[in-house]
Design a protein around this ligand. Structure first.
Ligand SMILES: C[S@@+](CC[C@H](N)C(=O)[O-])C[C@H]1O[C@@H](n2cnc3c(N)ncnc32)[C@H](O)[C@@H]1O
Length: 247
């Protein structure tokens, strides 16, 4: 039942390849039973290996093969902050290079060595390549020298185990400048069981982000979602409102 739902979730031509990927990731989720901090270390190596295998075997049903349309739209309409941007879990790096420009340096981060190599290969001939940096590292343990004006990601929140969401939010808050923008694509908004990808809702984001001081400045249907994801994807923009932060 669970496997039969998965093709609908990512909806790419590679969807028939999803079940083996899912089984492997699920196995690793189930094999961890440690307290939270120790668990992250375990996630780091087990997940890194699993994601790497997905990339190595071409089991990447989430990959659009092009930049995320709504991100390109925000870039083209001047609706993204300049300065330093971060794309965690960047995969093939299409989004990284799509919004990189002379006024905005973009860091693409992924824990899979193979994804990062692929991203560098795919983007190196782009005129914007000089405005990008790709890093193979774990989002949860990485500490950069400088903070970011913008963080954008797609299919990353749904890829991590729900119990890590508060750590995810704390990390977002630690990586962004106090007045920085967090742009989230909230997907998949549905009611399937299990994961990854895990189902998500606006309330899940609020539950994670409110305690670290983020408030939504925009939540709307993503009208530019690819056809199979339409109706199950929202655009969320968040900013820190420091008086609410309790951490
Ligand atoms: C479902 S894929 C999405 C890739 C890309 N955002 C896209 O939409 O095409 C999730 C990506 O997050 C990466 N990832 C998962 N956990 C991570 C972590 N803790 N730190 C960095 N990258 C991570 C995986 O290697 C994988 O490439």
């Amino acid at each position: 039942m669970r496997f039969s739902l998965l093709p609908k979730l990512y909806n790419s031509p590679a969807r028939r390849l999803f079940p083996p990927f899912h089984r492997r990731i699920l196995f690793n989720y189930m094999s961890t039973g440690l307290p939270q901090l120790g668990k992250i270390g375990l996630f780091q190596c087990e997940f890194s290996d699993s994601w790497d295998k997905c990339w190595d075997e071409g089991l990447t049903p989430w990959d659009l093969g092009s930049p995320t349309p709504v991100l390109v739209h925000l870039h083209n309409t001047g609706s993204l902050p300049k300065g330093r941007a971060l794309v965690p879990g960047c995969g093939s790096g299409y989004d990284v290079v799509a919004v990189a420009c002379a006024e905005r340096h973009v860091v693409g981060l992924d824990m899979s060595d193979i994804a990062i190599k692929k991203a560098i290969e795919l983007t190196s001939s782009s005129p914007n390549a000089e405005h990008c940096t790709f890093l193979k590292t774990d989002f949860f343990t990485w500490s950069p020298d400088q903070l970011f004006d913008l963080i954008f990601y797609y299919t990353f929140f749904c890829a991590i185990e729900p119990e890590l969401r508060s750590l995810w939010a704390k990390k977002m808050s630690n990586l962004l400048k106090p007045d920085g923008d967090l742009i989230t694509l909230i997907y998949p908004v549905d009611d399937h069981e299990g994961g990854p990808p895990f189902k998500v809702s606006v309330a899940d984001y609020e539950e994670a982000l409110h305690p670290v001081g983020f408030e939504a400045t925009q939540i709307s249907e993503n009208e530019l979602a690819i056809a199979p994801r339409k109706g199950r994807e929202k655009l969320g923009r968040w900013r820190r409102s420091l008086h609410r932060a309790s951490l």
